[in-house]
Design a protein around this ligand. Structure first.
Ligand code: ADP
Length: 249
């Protein structure tokens, strides 16, 4: 049996009472913390925790695109960097960008592009940084959720926020918001991101196998989690903007 991060597979991922290794029910999200405007030096920022997964996102721009030849005449370029800090995982992650991080940067950018009104800022660039401080499963979905909050915090016009979570199959049960061990030792892992206002899926990946009926139920489970996350996102933004004085808005 393969061991990940030195942690062997628990004998069971779901116990006789239907509880998961961290005590959650199958359809339960991890405890969530969310905050916007956590950094002073960027135009927008957000911090998110989903259990042990901790992510910070920062946005710069819109500002003039450099080098100039990369600028587009009809819209802004969205640059996105997803990165895991060396101390975010048990075995120090190598410095620099791995292939996985380059791929996830692209996946996150493509999802954000679906909701951001880039055409309002021709010749400009918007930079989005997603920094994983601690990884315990679901960093791409936490990163996307945080990045959309940071864009909104920067005042960038958007058609909707993006809310995301992963669903999966462990010991034959469909579960919401997988932690690292469930991700590693489960049968399937399906990150899903949505623009909930339009009921539109902006990112969906599937690692592992599910029957078509399981896929449908998993998608409905993801949607339930996404609606809960979306509600928190809107609350946190409303709180931030209602606290601002009229001069700051
Ligand atoms: P996601 O974080 O979006 O679920 P993956 O499915 O690729 O993305 O990774 C699952 C989990 O595996 C991560 O959240 C993290 O806990 C762990 N992980 C990813 N990369 C590494 C790494 N280089 N070293 C140790 N653990 C890692």
């Amino acid at each position: 049996m393969l061991e990940f991060s030195g942690i062997p597979r628990p004998e069971r991922l779901i116990d006789e009472n239907g509880r998961r290794i961290d005590g959650r029910r199958p359809d339960e999200l991890r405890p969530i913390k969310m905050e916007v405007g956590v950094l002073d030096k960027s135009d927008g920022s957000a911090y998110i925790e989903f259990g042990g997964t901790k992510v910070i996102a920062a946005v710069f721009g819109p500002r003039e695109a450099h080098p100039r030849h990369l600028a587009l005449p009809d819209r802004a370029i969205l640059n996105c960097r997803y990165h895991m800090t060396s101390f975010s995982v048990e075995e120090r992650k190598p410095l620099g960008m791995t292939r996985r991080e380059i791929e996830l940067s692209k996946v996150i950018r493509e999802a954000l592009e679906t909701v951001t009104f880039l055409e309002e800022f021709p010749r400009a660039a918007i930079d989005v940084y997603v920094e994983v401080i601690q990884a315990d499963g679901g960093t791409r979905t936490a990163g996307l959720t945080a990045a959309s909050l940071a864009l909104a915090d920067a005042g960038i016009p958007m058609a909707d926020l993006i809310a995301a979570t992963a669903v999966g199959k462990v010991d034959g049960h469909l579960v919401l918001d997988l932690c690292d061990l469930e991700d590693k030792y489960g049968e399937a892992d399906m990150p899903v991101a949505m623009a909930p206002r339009f009921n539109s899926i902006v990112m969906l990946q599937l690692n592992g196998r599910m029957a078509i009926d399981e896929f449908r139920r998993a998608l409905a489970l993801a949607q339930k989690g996404i609606n809960e996350i979306y509600k928190l996102q809107r609350e946190v933004l409303k709180r931030k903007f209602s606290e601002l004085s009229p001069e700051e808005v």
